[in-house]
Design a protein around this ligand. Structure first.
Ligand code: 8YV
Length: 326
């Protein structure tokens, strides 16, 4: 009997056909919640899951005794109970590398848009308020030559920093548990303690993964350490930042502006003041959302799942310990 896959991510016909060669595939287009009754009732016979839209809880795993592998179409895996998956010998595969450059582009898009007030000033034209030359009340601040503080210096953080150092002549500071000597040579990056990075950087960009240690890493104390002219950009996860503290820092003018691709609650609640603030550029989590990159991510997830269900080592495995127990 063929193994069964529940596919709730956006896969194209060729990708579905690739899965269909060896496996039985049941699709759940636009699955918004794991509580969906059809999805729930399919779980007991599922050997593989592929998608990114829903959180997989330990309770849900109770209903999936045959599950062997999950391929998430994302690099982040904060929606998955990794320890529990490992305990059960279920492989968790993600999609690093293929989204690095696109997500770094999004970081720079937010840096540029906030520093140069692009969205706010585009709105001004729409309102028919561009009557005379733009005056100092609409001036932005330079990006080139400034100091960029990276909170997180993994693949995506390094790609943002590379754009800053090589394209914009920026000085790069970073905070990370282990030093990155090769990036210190390549980009002249300087490793700092968090507090001195916050105090020295003109632009601060968050790229750390969400873990128990990074939850609310940036809050009232950290915003207070930043320059009043600081621009704060988050392309990681909303929960890394205490959003109430961020709103207050923006409202009180403790920092100048924020560029946000991620929020504590997604989709963002209609009550949130953030997208309405003139000093905020808010995007609906588009970090990796280009045709090319989403295609590459879906393909990587398919390849990972095919390998995992064939008993071969997937290209990207989050929980290596689960492989050893297979
Ligand atoms: C995706 C992301 O938008 O890969 C990640 O971790 O945050 C984004 O690239 C998201 O996970 C949905 O696929």
């Amino acid at each position: 009997m063929k193994k069964r896959i529940l596919a709730y991510g956006r896969l194209n016909d060729e990708q579905l056909a690739q899965l269909g060669q060896d496996f039985e595939v049941q699709t759940f287009p636009d699955l918004a919640s794991a509580d969906d009754p059809a999805f729930r009732s399919a779980l007991p016979d599922a050997h593989g899951l592929i998608g990114a839209s829903v959180a997989i809880t330990p309770e849900l795993l109770e209903e999936a005794p045959n599950l062997e592998a999950i391929a998430t179409i994302s690099v982040g895996y904060d929606k998955y109970p990794v320890e529990e998956l490992t305990r059960r010998g279920i492989l968790l595969c993600n999609t690093p590398d293929v989204l690095t450059e696109t997500t770094a582009d999004t970081g720079f898009l937010l840096i540029m848009a906030t520093a140069r007030r692009a969205v706010e000033l585009a709105e001004l034209i729409k309102r028919g308020e561009w009557q005379t030359g733009i005056g100092p009340e609409h001036f932005g601040s330079d990006v080139h030559g400034k100091t960029l503080g990276m909170i997180g210096f993994g693949r995506i953080g390094a790609a943002v920093a590379r754009r800053g150092a090589l394209g914009f002549g920026m000085r790069i500071l970073y905070t990370k548990a282990s030093p990155k000597p090769e990036l210190e040579v390549e980009l002249g990056a300087e490793r700092h303690e968090m507090d001195s990075l916050l105090a020295e950087a003109d632009i601060i960009c968050v790229t750390v993964p969400l873990t128990a240690e990074t939850e609310h890493l940036i809050g009232e104390r950290e915003f207070a350490l930043m320059k009043p002219t600081a621009i704060f950009v988050n392309i990681a996860r909303g929960q890394v930042v205490n959003e109430a503290a961020l709103i207050e820092a923006l409202e009180m003018g403790r920092i100048r502006a924020a560029g946000l691709d991620v929020f504590e609650q997604e989709p963002l609640s209609p009550e949130s003041p953030l997208p309405h603030m003139t000093n905020v550029v808010a995007l609906p989590h588009i970090g990796s959302a280009t045709h090319e990159t989403r295609h590459a991510m879906a393909q990587r997830a398919v390849d990972n799942l095919v390998l995992a269900l064939r008993g071969e080592h997937p290209i990207n495995l989050v929980n290596e310990a689960a492989w050893r127990s297979v």
